[in-house]
Write a protein that binds this ligand. Structure first.
Ligand code: SF4
Ligand code: SF4
Length: 478
């Protein structure tokens, strides 16, 4: 007689309903009362089909419990108990599909910066590539930028839209090259019959009216690295002489926001032990400066640095994220925009049923290109020989890519195999893992608690919105 059990899941409640997040399929299901009773009964103890139905039938005499159980089995919310029972769920390492098409090239157009932010991996022992004495040139040339774009289109397969991101150092220190790369990429897109989109990350201190006009006219998405009000911005984001950057950055950002309306201009905030007032920073950046989107990320650093977030720092961050996420929910229910992009990004992934074998696109559909044209996993590894994937002149090294993808598959991260948050986390950022543990293959176990707490918060928001204002979720269908 087959014994049944509940499938691997995370249970949560939203809008007075019970939900299951089913881990293997990354699907979200609302349970009605009879389905919840079947799940609870099985959660208490595995049972045969007949026993289970008889246990629950007194409570729901008019429900077709057999049919309902069959539906729960169909979605793998209920499964046969395997014999013999494995200790942990088995994740079979799959050979990645290669050649995987490229969708995004991040061009490190310079490794130089006019700021020396105290937490930047470029200026600490955390840095991977020696940009001061190493072999990489300080600035990317026109030819390397064009070759990077050629490589992206050549390796993009059937992908209809490709993305070119400009990154640094301070990206605008090589404005001439990036401004010429944009029309070149558009011409290549026309030749290939594809669309190209652009993104640029900047500290905004070098923005000029001419650059702002260019960014607006060329429809380039902009992300500004910024840490909040003056005292917070000036805590780490300083010029080489130690002076704060707030007063230089502010008028330029205001002009950018005034002039560039075709795309939401995003702010990206780095949280440290000293800069952690999420709510205050959010208010300042949205209400006082006018950003439409604000995203927060904890600093990437080894744990012994002063600015590293410790366990209590992560707790404080989650508390503030929760408060801001609740504001997001209230705004969504009222049909208003809210710019807390950490929520919208996670909701989008939940809605699409994203289940990741890899934490991000690095080395998969996304590559980073160093100033000298070496290709690596992403912009943070650009120029690292250990993490190289060829060069823009010699081409993408598909063997190195395949070896990287095989080594870094979630199937090898045994610590993650019993974690219900793995469809969305998949071990976390490779750069963070390399900084903390010395290897991209290591899961970021220092932030598991907060990842799970954050994922649970977003699942509950998703459930509330799905129940009370489902049309809001249409935006994630694209
Ligand atoms: S790193 Fe932690 S939170 Fe992320 S999937 Fe692995 S165990 Fe889960
Ligand atoms: S490895 Fe980290 S920094 Fe690089 S793309 Fe992935 S998440 Fe971003």
């Amino acid at each position: 007689m087959t014994m049944l059990r509940v499938g691997e899941h995370h249970a949560f409640e939203a809008a007075n309903r019970r939900y299951l997040y089913l881990v293997p399929s990354a699907a979200v299901f609302a349970l009605d009362a009879p389905a919840a009773a079947l799940i609870d009964a099985l959660d208490a103890a595995p049972a045969t089909r007949t026993d289970l139905i008889s246990r629950v039938s007194a409570q729901f005499p008019r429900t077709d419990l057999g049919g309902l159980l069959a539906e729960l089995e169909q979605i793998h919310a209920v499964q046969p108990v395997p014999t013999p029972a494995p200790k942990t769920p088995t994740i079979i390492p799959l050979t990645p599909v290669t050649p995987f098409p490229l969708t995004t090239a991040v061009l490190n157009v310079t490794n130089q910066c006019n700021l020396s932010c105290g937490y930047c991996y470029e200026y600490s022992e955390d840095k991977i590539v020696d940009t001061t004495n190493g072999k990489q040139p300080k600035f990317m040339t026109d030819e390397t930028a064009r070759q990077s774009i050629d490589l992206l289109f050549r390796e993009s397969g059937e992908v209809a839209v490709v993305h070119v991101s400009f990154f640094g150092g301070e990206t605008l220190m090589n404005y001439p090259v990036l401004s010429r790369a944009v029309p070149y990429a558009k011409a290549q897109a026309a030749a290939y019959g594809k669309r190209v989109e652009f993104n640029l990350t900047t500290n905004a201190t070098l923005l000029t009216p001419k650059m702002i006009a260019f960014l607006a006219d060329e429809d380039i998405s902009v992300t500004v690295s910024i840490d909040g009000p003056r005292e917070m911005q000036n805590r780490f984001r300083v010029f080489h002489d130690g002076s704060g950057s707030y007063d230089v950055m502010l008028p330029r950002v205001q002009e950018l926001l005034r002039r560039h309306r075709s795309r939401p201009i995003g702010a990206r905030v780095t949280l440290t032990s000293q800069v952690s007032d999420v709510l205050g920073i959010y208010r300042h950046l949205t209400d006082e400066i006018g950003f439409q989107e604000v995203g927060f990320a904890p600093v990437t650093t080894s744990p012994d640095r002063d600015h590293a977030l410790d366990a209590s720092g992560f707790d404080q961050m989650v508390t503030q994220f929760t408060a801001l996420a609740d504001e997001f929910l209230q705004a969504a229910l009222a049909g208003r925009h809210h710019g807390f992009s950490n929520v919208s990004e996670t909701l989008g992934e939940i809605h699409k049923g994203v289940s990741k074998a890899y934490p991000c696109g690095a080395g998969l559909g996304l590559i980073g290109v160093s100033t000298g044209g070496d290709v690596a996993l992403c912009h943070r590894f650009a120029g690292s020989e250990e993490h190289g994937l060829g060069s823009v002149s010699a081409g993408l090294d598909r063997d190195a890519q395949r070896a990287f993808l095989e080594r870094n598959h979630i199937g090898h991260k045994t610590d993650c195999h019993t974690c219900w948050a793995r469809p969305l986390c998949s071990g976390g950022c490779y750069h963070e893992a390399h900084t903390r543990y010395g290897s991209t293959t290591h899961p970021n176990l220092h932030y598991c608690d907060w990842i799970r707490e954050w994922t649970d918060i977003c699942l509950r928001i998703y459930g509330e919105i799905a129940e009370r204002s489902p049309s809001f979720l249409d935006r994630f269908d694209a």
